[in-house]
Design a protein around this ligand. Sequence first.
Ligand code: ADP
Ligand code: MG
Length: 276
Amino acid sequence: MSLLQVQEVSHTYKKNRLFGSSRASAPILSNISLSIDEGVCLGLLGSSGAGKSTLGKVILGLEKPQQGNILFKGHDLYSMNAAARRRLRRDLQVVLQDCYSAVNPSMCAEQIIGEPLSNYMTMSVLEQKRAICELLEMVGLQAADMAKYPHQFSGGQLQRINIAKAIALNPKLIVLDEPISSLDMVNQSQILALLHDLKRSFGLSYLFITHDIKAAYTLSDRLAVMEQGKLVEQFENKDSIFTSSHPAVKLLLQSVLAEHPRERKIKSVRAECRSL
Ligand code: ADP
Ligand code: MG
């Protein structure tokens, strides 16, 4: 049984209109089905507005879909009671693009990483401090960073704090919604390498949401492509993406080509992805 099963999910945001009435707008998600097994990273690609983050929210239990089911460890996320959902949620974590708005600026790293530990575990102050130290080291930071506040970290370092918080409860699945998109190139590859190592060490599963085909190819085992709310392609073998004839996939590949329009061909994108 897959860790996560998304079954025929459709969703539309309610449009707020004047005088309090509401009207449904165009569907944001249309009949989406996918699954993620334990230890697997599914890269979810698509251009801006395709519905990737909405699907992420639906999977995290934050946006109830109008149709379809989300099964996590075989349990329907939206039909269980609040206590059961809370228990399941510790296995289901998230890392977002904007590392600064993901944290409370008045909390130091120790408090940020300690929050899930205090919420879900019974630890003495000393045990919790030790756990936070270990988590900081796992993400490439140091014990001394515990006392620092968000504004004292670089973007890359703060994203490491967010990752430490996400892995604190030893989850099964992390939804990574554009986790490297706001970082510079060096930090992007370092965070990708960190995510790769953590996945290997802890058998984590990821839903890696991104518009960046090179990053998706580097971290993912399987790839899927969304366009206008629909899942238009899924690739069990990620290399098959280079031979897809779907226009949305070709557009994503061409977006890499566009960086150097003269010499790039899909063949060179493939070579570049494989060399990362
Ligand atoms: P992506 O992550 O692929 O860029 P999103 O899921 O963020 O796409 O958005 C898909 C569509 O849903 C966009 O047209 C966006 O404007 C719309 N949308 C996103 N969030 C909301 C919301 N809370 N209310 C209404 N529309 C929304
Ligand atoms: Mg998004």
